[in-house]
Write a protein that binds this ligand. Structure first.
Ligand code: AMP
Length: 188
């Protein structure tokens, strides 16, 4: 199963991806987690990405597409994967199509988790409190920026994937287990 989870920050992509990992026994590929790990480790990629992530902008399409393409070649991706936070631009979606073509693979579905913008801000502020500020980009100003970036650069992927017949939309305002049930119903 090769899935993309699409949705604004705070919609529950990471939470749902972690649940689906258990259900389908395939890994979650989160570019946000990969970038945060690189920043923490102080690698050249991390040093380049830190300021961009901290202000809520997007890291370059070439960098994230490269790290995803390499990650997909790892043995644990042989039966599929859940993409969480990638692609985030039309250019990344096109890069994804190209890399999958080159590897002889196809996406099974793109699940859009829909959420109301007011609830997103509240959820992320709570996440920041619960995690003790582990994410430097989980504060209200940066979040507002991330929502603008989502609407401008990522939301166009909804029609991109609808055009490919891959889009499934679920209501992300339901309780966590009901969102999971809706996703499973949409992809099976
Ligand atoms: P996330 O954990 O998915 O919310 O991502 C956190 C931050 O990492 C984003 O606000 C971006 O700065 C960066 N990032 C994550 N994924 C991507 C991507 N696919 N393209 C560009 N930047 C990304």
């Amino acid at each position: 199963m090769r899935l993309v989870l699409l949705g604004p920050p705070g919609a529950g992509k990471g939470t749902q991806a972690q649940i689906l990992v258990e259900t389908y026994n395939i890994p979650q590929l989160s570019t946000g987690d990969m970038l945060r790990a690189a920043i923490k480790a102080g690698t050249p990629l991390g040093l380049e990405a830190k300021a961009i992530v901290d202000r809520g902008d997007l890291v370059s399409d070439a960098i994230v597409s490269g790290i995803i393409s390499e990650r997909m070649d790892e043995p644990d991706c042989a039966n599929g994967f859940i993409l969480d936070g990638f692609p985030r631009t039309i250019a990344q979606a096109e890069a994804l199509d190209d890399m999958l073509d080159a590897k002889g693979l196809k996406l099974d579905a793109v699940v859009e988790i829909k959420a109301d913008p007011d609830v997103l801000i509240e959820r992320i502020i709570n996440r920041a409190k619960e995690t003790g500020g582990a994410r430097t980009d989980d504060n209200e100003d940066v979040l507002r920026k991330r929502l603008v970036v989502y609407n401008e650069q990522t939301a166009p992927l909804v029609s991109f994937y609808a055009g490919q017949g891959l889009l499934r939309s679920v209501d992300g305002m339901q309780p966590i287990n009901e969102v999971t049930a809706s996703i499973k119903a949409a992809i099976e």
